[in-house]
Design a protein. Structure first.
Length: 145
């Protein structure tokens, strides 16, 4: 009999994220996909974050709204995300949620970031300064182009 402590299955955090996603899908199907509802859900999840992640997620939300206003805010696996044509284009993953040493800004394959045969699709975030904010703004503009 396998010991549950040595299981190579999903972590508790991963299982919680999957449950969050199931709730998100149910909510979307029940009420429809509305921009205001997605933004309210996103901001509620951000408000639950620890201060360092919350500050970054709030600032990132402002950068997305300014740099890529056509993206729709939503939650995705319990994290802030932004969609284009109904598909997640980018997302923020808090460091706290998965016990990581940094938060992550990630882009899906929907993002137009192609650059040759290899390019980055996720970025570690320890804090946001003007330099990182400018870089993120440019990445978002390229991603939606």
């Amino acid at each position: 009999m396998a010991d549950s402590k040595t299981s190579k299955g999903f972590t508790a955090e991963e299982r919680a994220a999957m449950k969050e996603r199931a709730k998100e899908l149910k909510a979307e199907s029940r009420r429809g996909k509305q921009r205001a509802d997605g933004e309210a859900d996103l901001l509620a999840k951000v408000a639950e974050m620890q201060e360092s992640d919350r500050v970054m997620a709030e600032r990132l939300h402002e950068i997305v709204k300014a740099s890529a206003p056509d993206l729709w805010p939503k939650t995705w696996y319990g994290m802030p995300a932004y969609a284009k044509d109904g598909k997640v284009l980018c997302f923020f993953q808090s460091a706290e949620k998965f016990g990581a040493r940094y938060a992550t800004l990630g882009f899906s394959d929907e993002a137009n970031l192609d650059d040759g045969a290899m390019w980055p699709t996720s970025f570690a975030l320890k804090k946001l300064t003007a330099k990182e904010e400018a870089t993120i703004g440019k990445l978002l503009q390229k991603a939606v182009s």
